[in-house]
Design a binder for this molecule. Structure first.
Ligand code: PDD
Length: 283
C-alpha cells in the first residue's frame, strides 16, 4: 500500500485516518492542491504553491507548513511511488473539534495530509480525443478557490458518464466556464480563446502555461468568456489540467468538433507542452 503523509508522519494510506469530527468532512471546510511530478521532478510547483496560498488565505487558514516542508513531503511521496507520472495531492482541513459548530474555532489546528496518485498514460485520449456533454454549472460563486466542495463537479461528471460521455463542460447563464476538473480552451476562428480569471473558474496552472506557450508561438489569443452557443462551431476544444495535460475534445453533445479528431493547434501546443515538461526552469 502506498504511503500517505498525515500531520507529520508517513504511514500506509489505508492506515491514515481523520477524526469523525473533522471539519473537512462535516462542512467541506478544506482546500487542496494537485502537483504533477514527472520522473521524480515536480512540475510548476511554485505556481501550485501560490494558488494553495490563495485558497488558504481566502478561507482564513494560515498555511500550516513552509514551502520547504511541503517540498519534502512531495519528495518523500513521489520517491515511494516511482512511476513516470504522478500527482501529489496536498490537503488541508480546518481540523477536528469536540463540538460540531459552524463558527470558526478560536484555536485552529488544521489537519494536513498528502498522497500520491499515479497519472495513467493517456494514449487513447491523445489519439481520439474526449467525448463531452454540456451540463448546468451548479457550483458556488468562488470557483477560483481549490476547495473540496466538489459535489456539483462529481454529479455533473456522473450525468455525463450516464450519457455515454467522458466528461462535462459546465454552463451557467449561457457561458461555458470549465470542465468538471479542468479548464476550457477553444480555438474559435483560428484564435485561442479562454475566459479571463474570475470567481467562476479555477485559475489553472496548466492553462497559464499553455497561454505562455501559445504567445511564444505567435498563436493569436483572446481572453473572453466562451458562450456555450459558440462551442459547436469551434475549430478545436481542449480541456486542460495538471493530471490531464491538454486533452482534445473531439465530440460535444454527440456532434463532432472540427474534423472530429485532435486538431492541428492542439498538435502544435501539445508538442511544446511535452518539451516544457522536461525543462528544469518549469519547477
Ligand atoms: N483539477 N478547473 C477545475 C475545476 C479543476 O479541478 C482543475 C484541476 C482545473 C485545472 O487546474 P490545473 O491546470 O492547475 O491542474 C481547472 C485537479 C487536477 C484535481 O482536482 O484533481
Amino acid at each position: 500500500m502506498p504511503l500517505a503523509y498525515l500531520n507529520g508522519t508517513y504511514l500506509d494510506q489505508n492506515k491514515a485516518h481523520l477524526p469523525l469530527m473533522d471539519r473537512g468532512l462535516l462542512f467541506g471546510d478544506s482546500v487542496y492542491e494537485v502537483i504533477p511530478v514527472y520522473h521524480g521532478k515536480p512540475f510548476q510547483a511554485s505556481a501550485h504553491f501560490s494558488r494553495l496560498q490563495h485558497s488558504l488565505h481566502a478561507i482564513r487558514i494560515t498555511n500550516p507548513l513552509s514551502q520547504p516542508n511541503w517540498q519534502q513531503i512531495i519528495t518523500a511521496l513521489s520517491a515511494d511511488n516511482p512511476v513516470p507520472a504522478q500527482a501529489i495531492y496536498l490537503q488541508i482541513t480546518r481540523g477536528a473539534y469536540p463540538e460540531r459548530a459552524h463558527q470558526l474555532p478560536a484555536q485552529p489546528q488544521p489537519n494536513v495530509f498528502a498522497f500520491s496518485k499515479t497519472i495513467p498514460a493517456n494514449q487513447h485520449i491523445r489519439q481520439h480525443g474526449l467525448h463531452v456533454v454540456t451540463q448546468p454549472d451548479e457550483r458556488w460563486q468562488r470557483c477560483d478557490l481549490k476547495t473540496t466542495n466538489l459535489l456539483p463537479n462529481v454529479l455533473a461528471l456522473a450525468t455525463a458518464r450516464e450519457q455515454g460521455a467522458d466528461d462535462a463542460i459546465m454552463v451557467r447563464d449561457g457561458i461555458a466556464h470549465e470542465g468538471t476538473s479542468s479548464n476550457l480552451i477553444a480555438i474559435l476562428d483560428g484564435t485561442l480563446t479562454t475566459a479571463p480569471d474570475s470567481p467562476q473558474l479555477l485559475p489553472g496552472v496548466t492553462r497559464n502555461l499553455i497561454l505562455r506557450l501559445a504567445a511564444q508561438a505567435n498563436i493569436p489569443i483572446n481572453r473572453h468568456s466562451i458562450c456555450a452557443d459558440e462551442l459547436p462551431q469551434a475549430d478545436e476544444i481542449w480541456l486542460t489540467s495538471s493530471t490531464r495535460e491538454i486533452a482534445p475534445v473531439t465530440r460535444l453533445n454527440q456532434q463532432p468538433i472540427g474534423s472530429g479528431t485532435p486538431g492541428p493547434v492542439w498538435q502544435q501546443i501539445d508538442a511544446l507542452y511535452q518539451v516544457a515538461k522536461t525543462n528544469p526552469d518549469n519547477k
